[in-house]
Design a protein around this ligand. Structure first.
Ligand code: GBH
Length: 488
């Protein structure tokens, strides 16, 4: 593809940005909201860097009108946000009308600004009361989730068309119940497997119920997907390592949703490493579950950050470690990662130690389109993609500015990767930068800044970064200009 020609996006392509309730709202105990697992976890010593928590965050609960006005000025066509279960049903059960009302006002504000609301029902903030009854390791939580979803539909179904059940169930199962680094911070492979199943069940039965209520809704799920490459494409041990990482990240979720079956090779791997855990999982999969999980969806959201280069052999040059900044020990989130090593390939890395690999997005979209989405008549959107950089606020000609040149390039390169996928025949219809705002980056607290808008956590002042300005120009032009426009 020529570097010098302007590359236009199709007319139906949507440009947006994403956030999540716990990461931006604050007002953690206002208007009847009660603790979620992240409120509880962030209070455990050593769980979150600097003991940061979500009590105030970006104070979006109070500043949402200003934030929507900012999105409008930036030219965003759509805004992906999540609703907080513990605001709406503070104990997981009874409805809190004040909590619902916040989302009703937010949606009205978005519609007034002509911004399409893209609603996610679960972005990791389970009510703590439900965790105390077993959280996602118990089946009841899937039923409570569907009830909560139906409450949200009662309140917003007349104004919200796009409904995403879950954000990244891999994170809210394996990272949370097996690796110990996300709430509730457990260290059990068996719990991770059970949580993943009950999350998927909650997804499937919610899609089924919402579809029965209103066939015109656009229903879907967002997965964190990756490209797993063998360090040596001719080495059987490396190929097997890539198979297992692909299987545990991608196919473990894609296959039940699109094909109604868990991948048998990974099920066998789980059994090989922990037969008791595999037995517990098999016992939890009841007749009808996979039919529910594979209920037809309209939209698959793809969150892409980086790929994985894996091997069956120890590396000569080990890559930097990318997770668990905290005092808590971290475990592997992959039950069957025995004998798998990550290798260094010399790609640039962000301060999260994540590789910057835009071409991985092209390959990922192409593969997911051909193997899963196209045969099922499902539309693809990139629902998250972004990077943390060590941004600095400067004053330039009397104006506050953030010259985040690396993020400008990151956004441009990933949008180009989407255009490359479209050139290869992939129907991908939108891009949401993660994130609109700097926000609570889970175990990293407020230390890592992903926003195209800077947040000053003392004053709550927002400053659009150079990347945000560039994104606005791209949206206005609906095209990638040949060279990075110099910061104005
Ligand atoms: C997203 O998840 C979240 O949806 C969002 O809330 C978050 O703020 C944002 O990204 C930035 O982190 O192989 O164990 O080293 C991130 C998805 C998937 C990215 C796993 C890191 C490597 C995990 N993550 N990946 S590991």
């Amino acid at each position: 593809m020529s570097e010098n020609s302007e590359r236009a996006f199709p007319a139906n392509f949507l440009f947006g940005a994403a956030t999540a309730a716990f990461q931006i709202e604050g007002a953690a105990f206002e208007d009847g909201r009660r603790a979620s697992i992240w409120d509880a976890f962030s209070r455990e010593p050593g769980a979150v860097i600097h003991a940061d928590n979500g009590d105030v965050a970006c104070d979006h609960y109070h500043l949402y009108r200003d934030d929507v006005a900012l999105m409008k000025r930036m030219g965003l066509q759509t805004y992906r946000f999540s609703t907080s279960w513990s605001r709406v049903r503070p104990d997981g059960g009874d409805l809190n009308p004040k909590g619902v009302d916040f989302y009703s006002r937010l949606v009205d504000e978005l519609l007034e600004a002509d911004i399409l609301p893209w609603l996610t029902l679960y972005h990791w903030d389970l009510p703590q009361a439900l965790q105390e009854r077993g959280g996602w390791t118990v089946r009841e939580t899937a039923d409570r989730f569907t009830e909560y979803a139906l409450d949200m539909h009662d309140a917003l179904g007349d104004r919200v068309n796009v409904w995403t059940t879950l954000n990244e169930p891999w994170c809210s199962s394996f990272l949370s119940y097996a690796a110990g680094i996300h709430a509730p911070g457990h260290y059990s492979d068996a719990e991770g497997m059970l949580a993943a199943h009950h999350l998927l069940l909650g997804h499937g039965q919610t899609v089924r119920e919402l579809r029965a209520r209103d066939s015109s809704l656009n229903l879907g799920i967002t997965l964190n997907l990756t490209v797993a490459d063998p360090a040596d494409a001719n080495d059987p041990a490396d190929i097997d390592a890539a198979r297992r990482i692909d299987g545990q990240f991608n196919r473990w979720f894609l296959d039940p949703i699109f094909r109604g079956a868990y991948p048998s090779d990974i099920m066998a791997d789980f059994r090989r490493v922990d037969a008791a855990a595999a037995d517990a999982l098999q016992a939890a999969i009841l007749p009808g579950d996979l039919e529910a999980i594979s209920t037809a969806i309209d939209t698959l959201g793809v969150n892409y950050y980086h790929g994985e280069l894996v091997s069956g052999h120890a590396p000569v040059v080990p890559p930097p470690v990318g997770e668990a900044p905290t005092d808590r020990p971290g475990r592997s989130p992959f039950p069957a990662s025995d004998g798998i090593f990550w290798h260094e390939r010399g790609l640039p890395r962000t301060p999260m130690n994540w590789e910057v690999q835009p071409e991985g997005l092209t390959r990922l979209l192409t593969r997911v389109w051909r193997e899963y989405a196209q045969p099922a008549d499902v539309t693809l959107y990139v629902t998250e993609n972004g990077a943390a950089y060590d941004d600095e606020l400067v004053v330039d000609a009397g104006e506050p500015r953030v010259h985040d040149a690396e993020r400008v390039e990151f956004v441009r390169d990933h949008l180009a990767a989407i255009l490359d996928a479209q050139d290869a025949g992939v129907d991908v219809r939108g891009y949401f930068y993660w994130s609109l705002l700097d926000n609570f980056e889970w175990a990293w607290g407020y230390e890592k800044r992903f926003g195209i808008v800077r947040v000053d956590y003392d004053t709550q002042v927002r400053t659009v970064k150079d990347s945000g300005r560039e994104y606005s120009r791209i949206i206005a032009a609906r095209a990638l200009a040949p060279h990075a426009v110099p910061a104005s």
